[in-house]
Design a protein around this ligand. Structure first.
Ligand code: SF4
Length: 242
């Protein structure tokens, strides 16, 4: 039975992307292999995992890290028993750094598994692909991470194509037309039906917001190549849920 450093476990409404508003149990795992300039998530390892005391209460108790898969599965079962739940979202950081743990928890719960990933750890994803139902995969634009990840994103997209898949592209005031169009071409060359979300950045760390006119013009560009392109900001921040 594997274990992992877990930052928090709670029940809330999904605030981003294709499954916006769906009730989920969130399992936030520590660590990330990227450094995005707009990152607003504290994914460092913690001594304690904060576990919501009941589904949606937003009050927490502490459990000493690391947690084992059976412990986390029990917490998930309790939350799903309290509130009918769409799926269990493994998020981070980058959850695929803990692929064995996700595999082991998934085997112990009777729930759909949702993966929120930066779309770079292809080998790890392939090891647990059978256990995953939904994938929300980021395409990280070069100005965000300081390097071009399009080749690995393409491999990941092909590996996840048979899942209920959503691509998310966070756009900022610094995003160039060239890198945006390259990202859209990358998705369209795999499948024009891939559900694609343009997420205007929530400005942090001096990263500038994207203008309304720009986001609409990018949606128009994307819609010429893809069938389903939505503009969806991070909504959980509007209503102060987790
Ligand atoms: S991949 Fe996600 S968690 Fe990792 S640095 Fe980027 S925004 Fe933060």
């Amino acid at each position: 039975m594997s274990n992992a450093n877990v930052i928090e476990i709670f029940s809330s409404a999904q605030g981003e992307g294709k499954f916006l508003g769906c009730r989920q149990v969130f399992v936030r795992l520590a660590g990330c292999n990227l450094k995005c300039n707009f990152c607003d998530t504290d994914f460092n390892r913690t001594e304690f995992c904060r576990v919501e005391t009941s589904a949606g209460s937003m009050t927490f108790r502490n459990e000493k890290n690391q947690l084992d898969a059976a412990q986390v599965a029990e917490i998930i079962k309790n939350f799903c028993g309290e509130v009918p739940t769409h799926s269990v979202s493994f998020t981070g950081g980058e959850p695929l750094l803990h692929w064995k743990f996700i595999r082991d928890v998934a085997a112990l719960v009777d729930a759909k598994i949702f993966l929120e990933t930066n779309g770079t750890l292809v080998d790890e994803f392939e090891k647990i692909s059978n256990a995953v139902d939904f994938v929300s995969m980021d395409i990280k634009l070069p100005h965000v991470v300081g390097k071009n990840l399009f080749d690995v994103h393409e491999k990941f997209l092909r590996a996840a194509h048979d899942k209920d898949l959503c691509v998310k592209i966070v756009v900022t005031g610094e995003t160039s037309d060239k890198e945006f169009i390259s990202a859209i071409e990358l998705v369209a060359n795999i499948d024009e039906k891939i559900f694609t979300v343009l997420q205007p950045v929530t400005p942090v760390n001096g990263v500038s917001a994207v203008s309304a006119g720009k986001i609409l013009s990018w949606q128009a560009i994307a819609l010429r190549r893809l069938k389903n392109v939505r503009v969806i900001p991070q909504t959980h921040k509007f209503i102060n849920v987790l």
